[in-house]
Design a protein around this ligand. Structure first.
Ligand SMILES: NC(=O)c1ccc[n+]([C@@H]2O[C@H](COP(=O)([O-])OP(=O)(O)OC[C@H]3O[C@@H](n4cnc5c(N)ncnc54)[C@H](OP(=O)(O)O)[C@@H]3O)[C@@H](O)[C@H]2O)c1
Length: 279
């Protein structure tokens, strides 16, 4: 099925864009492929995920369902890399980490073809060369050998999670204990990440953590890729966002941008009260 652009650098088609971006820091090649300017505010909490056109984000029976749902679209990989390039920190839950052994949540890992351009963008934004990975876990059940952890991730966990993790602790990643019981409030986690010096936070978490961010109305911006696949299947196997069925549109935000890459659609929503980018 021909679903993505024919080459890795084919430009997205801009169908609608009222997001602003007059002061877009994109280098020329990224500007061309994105199909126009792009900017994000700071501080900002934004989330990105891909879903099938029948609303499936993950499947219980399929490990690493990203390629089944996203169809390995080059356009989708580009947008993921672009959003990572703007992030000071990328937030995931332990479920997403466990499901992606070997993955690194940095722009070049998902779109190596334009790694240099993404590096140039990060220079222009004035941050370090890669975003910080932040992992949420209650249980502390993480593979301490995962390369993304070993590159210096920040793990936010409970006292019990820290107990479990400490024996495998080495100097490569940091553990912070938030909360006193078995739970950890995601709003508190976001506050902690910001106060640790990471104002632009991108969530690439799965349905569990993203559902909590949506439920608490914490997201300033939401980027959704609608992938041209119908997953169908057993409703016990299909996963959308936990507890997200009653979230009013006003809380998700207004549609501010629509782009097309092949048969994939890239939607950007922004809360009315959310901070605007420089442009
Ligand atoms: N379609 C997409 O774009 C997309 C994006 C990301 C992931 N996914 C897929 O989603 C699936 C994983 O789903 P998921 O819901 O398990 O992912 P997730 O939300 O990233 O991770 C869930 C885990 O995060 C931890 N957690 C959740 N809430 C927490 C809190 N308040 N405090 C501390 N820790 C907390 C728990 O870890 P512990 O169990 O260790 O306590 C929980 O099991 C995978 O198949 C992945 O490929 C899809």
């Amino acid at each position: 099925m021909a679903t993505g652009p024919r080459t890795s650098t084919e430009a997205l088609e801009c169908l609608y864009d009222v997001a602003g971006g007059e002061f877009s820091p994109l280098p020329e090649e990224l500007l061309r492929v994105y199909g126009g300017p792009f900017a994000l505010a700071s501080p900002v909490l934004y989330a990105n995920f891909v879903q099938s056109i029948d609303g499936v984000v993950a499947l219980r029976s399929v490990p690493s369902p990203g390629s089944l749902i996203g169809l390995r679209s080059s356009a989708d990989r580009f947008v993921v890399a672009l959003l990572r390039a703007f992030a000071d920190a990328v937030l995931i839950g332990a479920g997403t980490l466990r499901d992606a052994p070997g993955h690194r949540w940095v722009p070049g890992a998902i779109y190596p073809e334009l790694a240099d351009a993404f590096g140039e963008l990060r220079l222009r934004l004035g941050g370090p060369s890669e975003p910080k990975l932040v992992v949420l876990t209650r249980s502390g059940r993480l593979d301490a050998g995962h390369p993304a952890l070993r590159e210096g991730a920040l793990v936010l966990t409970t006292p019990a999670g820290a107990e479990r993790l400490r024996p495998s602790l080495d100097a490569s990643y940091t553990i912070a204990v938030l909360g006193e019981g078995s739970g950890l409030d995601v709003a508190e986690a976001i506050e902690f990440i910001r106060s640790a010096g990471y104002p632009r936070v991108l969530s690439e978490a799965g349905p569990d953590v993203t559902g909590q961010l949506l439920q608490q109305g914490l997201l300033d911006e939401l980027f959704i890729t609608a992938s041209p696949v119908l997953v169908g299947g057993d409703r016990r196997d299909r996963r959308a966002f936990s507890g997200a069925c009653s979230i009013p549109l006003s809380q998700v935000g207004d549609l501010v941008s629509v782009r097309r890459g092949g048969s994939h659609l890239f939607l950007r929503y922004r809360r009315a009260a959310a901070p605007r980018g420089e442009g």
